[in-house]
Write a protein that binds this ligand. Structure first.
Ligand code: SAH
Length: 271
């Protein structure tokens, strides 16, 4: 397994200044929120077996249909999708800005006997000169909402665009913040976070912030504060970063009830 370390600054951005994230919400800095204790429980939260049953071959089918081979998983977390996609035969490079998540993913790659290159990098530091270009970029597990500021999200989406070959595929999913902001949070436990011993609920929610509260079997509690981006807004922002108008799926279905889906997946082609 190869681990890249970010030592270069090839994109000309100062890493500390450029870090995409919480802006006016320093308490919501993603790297701090994913601390050792929380990350050590991430796989209990997910339940890899149930999660893979819940999503089936949805992402694999999308990628195959797009003719993708080289896939960049920009928010690999503990490595769930990197492993699924590598096992399905894709060439996968994994990235994440959280050092604790990267360590966890490395353990999981070893556990699965897979050699998947992984890099610790904030999205704004991802650099096509160092990484090469990809047929697809996947940003899964409701990750982009860690970026609160619209301008920063635009830069991140442009960065994802710069890592794609022409015609490459972008896949981004989000919790269904339209339903959540309307007071209809639903965690069916069938998708993404399937662990039976962990419970997800909503703390503070407004147009500006959404707080998820994760409670584990030993009553340990962790909070994630994110920007509750609406599906329509995310579609617009993806398009503005030189992508085709995104297609969307609710809980992996092309026709769905917008108020009754846990997650919305957006797919778009790099123009
Ligand atoms: N995809 C994984 C993890 C989702 S959690 C899963 O589905 O299980 C969100 C992940 O996004 C975290 O691992 C976090 O470190 C990463 N992340 C959030 N903001 C980031 C940024 N600006 N740069 C790089 N990674 C980021």
């Amino acid at each position: 397994m190869s681990t890249f370390t970010v030592t270069d600054d090839a994109a000309g951005t100062n890493a500390a200044e450029a870090k995409a994230g919480s802006g006016a919400y320093p308490d919501a800095d993603y790297a701090h929120q994913y601390d050792d204790d929380f990350v050590s429980r991430w796989d209990e939260l997910i339940d890899w077996q149930k999660r893979s049953e819940g999503e089936g071959t949805f992402f694999i089918d999308l990628l195959r249909k797009a003719g993708a081979f080289k896939v960049l998983d920009v928010s690999t977390g503990s490595g769930f999708h990197a492993v699924q996609l590598r096992k399905a035969g894709f060439h996968v490079v994994a990235c994440d800005g959280s050092p604790t998540m990267v360590k966890r993913a490395e353990v999981n790659f070893r556990r699965h006997g897979l050699s998947i290159p992984i890099r610790q990098s904030d999205w704004l530091e991802l650099d096509s000169q160092a990484l090469g270009k990809f047929d697809a970029v996947v940003c899964l597990g409701s990750s982009l909402c860690h970026v609160f500021d619209e301008k920063a999200r635009h830069q991140v989406l442009q960065r994802f665009r710069s890592l794609l070959n022409p015609g490459g595929l972008l896949i981004i999913d989000q919790r269904n913040f339209q339903a959540i902001r309307a007071g209809k949070f639903k965690a069916s436990g069938r998708y993404y976070y399937c662990g039976k011993t962990a419970h997800v609920s909503i703390g503070e929610v407004s147009d500006h912030v959404c707080e998820f509260v994760y409670t584990f079997s030993d009553s340990a509690t962790f909070r994630l504060r994110v920007y509750p981006i609406l599906p329509q807004q995310l579609s617009d922002e993806i398009e503005q970063a030189t992508f085709s108008r995104p297609r969307s799926y609710g809980d992996f279905k092309p026709i769905y009830d917008a108020m009754n889906s846990d997650f919305i997946v957006h797919t778009a082609i790099a123009l």
